[in-house]
Design a protein around this ligand. Structure first.
Ligand SMILES: [Zn+2]
Length: 477
C-alpha cells in the first residue's frame, strides 16, 4: 500500500513554522504611549521564504530628537510629507493579519503598534515572538543579543542598520541561522517555551522568578550594571512582579521597566506594614531611578495655630510630635513654601483675610477685600469670631491626628504560611525599628528616637485607619 511522503517524513521547519511577519519600527523615542513612529518595515515569510517586503516612512506628528536622527538617518525633513499612521493602518493590519509577529525586542515594536492602533479604536493582539528572548534561550552563554551582535555571530550582512526594512529583513536571516545551528526541533521548542512565558521581559531569565512566592515583601528591579531601577512592595510578591510585565504596553514607565530589568531581588516581610515601611526606607536610601523620588528632609514644616488664642497661624519647623504640640498642628510639609501655599489656598477657599492671617502686610483693607475675596474682617465688616470659625473649618481637614496611644507601641505582624514574625516599634508617628521577637524589644528600647518623616506618617495613618485587627503591644510603661 503506497504511503504518501507527507505521512512518513518528519515535519520540516518550513512546514512547521506559522506564517510570519518580521516587523521593525523606528520611532521618535522610547515611550509607546507618547512617542511617534517614523518608519515601519515589514517582511512577510511563508514556509521559510520571503514573500513580501513592505515599508514606509511615517509622519510621527512630533519632533525627532537629534540623537535619534543621527542613529536612524531619518530626519524631520524626510517625514514631513510622509503619511500619518492612520493613513496606512488598514494596510498594516492586513499585512500582519493572522501572522506570528516577530520582532527584536518585540515588546517595543508591539507596544508602539498596539498603542497606535488603540488610538484608532482598533484592538491589535497578535501572537508575538521576540528574537532577543529566542536567542537568549537558544544561546544562553552568548554575552550579547542585540541585533548587531546576532548579525556578527551568525554572519549576516545587511546594510542600513537602524532602518526598518533592513532590520526586519535581518530578522528573517537570524531565524534561518537559528534553525541551521540548532535544528528545527530545538527552534520550535524554544518558540513554544516563549509562548508559555509570554509576559517575561526580554532580558530577564526565567530562573530569576524561581523561589519567589506570594508572600508579603519588597521587590527590587536591577538594570544593566546592577543599577537599581525600581523598588515596590506587595502582600503577594509573585503576582505583583508578574503584573508589571503584563501591562507594559499601557504605561511608559512599565515599558521602560521591563525593557531594562535584568535581575530581581526580593525581601520578604511578615506583613503589609513591614513591606510598606521597608519600601519607603529603601526608596529614600537608594534612590531607584524609576521611583517617584522620596527625599529625606532635614526638617519638616507644619502650620501651627491655637484656636483658643485666635492669633495668626504660623509656619513652624518640626521634627517631633508630642502630646503638647500635636493639637495645634495642621499638616506636614516638606518645605516652608509648601506650607505657605496651603495656607493661602485655604484662605482663598474660605474667604479669609490674608492680612488678618499674617500673609499680607500693611494697614487697611487687604488686597482680597478689593477683589471681594475677603469677607472684610480687615475693615471691621466681619466679626472676629466668625472669621476664626471659618479658619478652623479651612484648617480642620489638615489637622494632624493625635497619636492614639499612650506612647511607644509595638505592632506585631505574623505571616501564617512562612511563620515569619516582626514587631514594628512606633512612637508618635515615628518608626523606631523592628525586631523579630518580643524578647528583642529590650535591646531596641535604648535606640535613639527617629525623626518625624512625612511618608512614614502617611503610611501609619492609612494603616491604622483601615486595618481592622492589628495586634498592638503597649510599650509606653
Ligand atoms: Zn481682608
Amino acid at each position: 500500500m503506497p504511503v504518501t511522503a507527507s505521512q512518513t517524513e518528519p515535519e520540516s521547519i518550513e512546514q512547521a513554522l506559522p506564517p510570519i511577519a518580521f516587523v521593525d519600527l523606528e520611532t521618535t523615542g522610547m515611550r509607546p504611549t507618547r512617542d511617534g513612529i517614523t518608519e515601519i518595515g515589514i517582511v512577510l515569510s511563508d514556509q521559510g521564504r520571503i514573500t513580501e517586503e513592505w515599508s514606509t516612512l511615517l509622519n510621527p506628528e512630533a519632533h525627532i530628537p537629534w540623537k535619534i536622527q543621527e542613529l536612524t538617518g531619518i530626519s524631520n525633513g524626510m517625514v514631513r510629507d510622509a503619511p500619518r499612521f492612520e493613513e496606512v493602518a488598514g494596510e498594516v493590519a492586513e499585512l500582519l493579519q493572522e501572522r506570528l509577529f516577530v520582532a527584536h525586542n518585540a515588546r517595543f515594536d508591539y507596544g508602539f503598534l498596539k498603542n497606535a492602533f488603540r488610538r484608532l479604536g482598533i484592538d491589535f493582539s497578535p501572537r508575538v515572538l521576540c528574537t532577543v528572548k529566542l536567542s537568549r534561550c537558544l544561546f544562553p552563554h552568548q554575552p550579547r543579543h542585540c541585533l548587531d551582535a546576532l548579525k556578527r555571530v551568525h554572519g549576516i550582512h545587511a546594510d542600513q542598520r537602524h532602518r526598518a526594512l533592513a532590520d526586519a529583513k535581518s530578522l528573517h536571516f537570524v531565524m534561518q541561522a537559528f534553525q541551521q545551528k540548532v535544528g528545527s526541533e530545538a527552534l520550535l521548542s524554544a518558540m513554544q517555551a516563549q509562548y508559555r512565558r509570554q509576559s517575561l521581559p526580554p532580558h530577564l531569565d526565567e530562573h530569576m522568578l524561581e523561589g519567589i512566592g506570594n508572600t508579603p515583601g519588597v521587590y527590587l528591579f536591577y538594570g544593566e550594571n546592577d543599577v537599581l531601577l525600581y523598588v515596590g512592595k506587595s502582600v503577594t510578591l509573585r503576582t505583583r512582579i508578574l503584573s508589571h510585565f503584563s501591562s507594559d504596553t499601557a504605561s511608559d514607565r512599565e515599558m521602560r521597566m521591563s525593557q531594562q530589568v535584568r535581575r530581581i531581588e526580593t525581601i520578604e516581610t511578615a506583613g503589609e506594614l513591614g513591606a510598606l515601611l521597608l519600601e519607603a526606607e529603601l526608596v529614600k536610601q537608594r534612590q531607584p531611578t524609576l521611583n517617584r523620588q522620596l527625599r529625606r528632609y532635614r526638617s519638616l514644616c507644619s502650620i501651627q495655630w491655637d484656636i483658643r488664642g485666635g492669633g495668626q497661624p504660623e509656619v513652624v519647623a518640626i521634627d517631633r510630635l508630642d502630646a503638647a504640640n500635636t493639637p495645634h498642628l495642621y499638616g506636614l510639609y516638606k518645605t516652608r513654601r509648601a506650607a505657605l501655599k496651603t495656607l493661602k489656598q485655604a484662605a482663598d477657599d474660605y474667604r479669609l483675610c490674608h492680612k488678618h492671617m499674617g500673609l499680607e502686610k500693611g494697614d487697611g483693607a487687604c488686597f482680597g477685600y478689593q477683589l471681594h475675596r475677603c469677607n472684610g474682617i480687615c475693615v471691621g465688616e466681619e466679626p472676629e469670631m466668625q472669621h476664626r470659625i471659618r479658619m478652623l473649618e479651612a484648617l480642620l481637614p489638615l489637622k494632624i491626628k493625635a497619636w492614639p496611644f499612650n506612647g511607644r507601641i509595638g505592632i506585631r505582624e505574623q505571616h501564617p504560611a512562612s511563620g515569619r514574625e516582626e514587631i514594628h516599634v512606633l512612637d508618635h508617628w515615628c518608626y523606631l525599628g523592628k525586631v523579630s521577637h518580643e524578647e528583642a524589644l529590650e535591646q531596641l528600647d535604648t535606640a535613639v528616637s527617629a525623626r518625624l518623616d512625612i511618608d512614614i506618617y502617611k503610611i501609619l495613618r492609612r494603616y491604622l485607619d483601615k486595618s481592622g485587627s492589628i495586634e498592638i503591644i503597649d510599650l509606653a510603661s
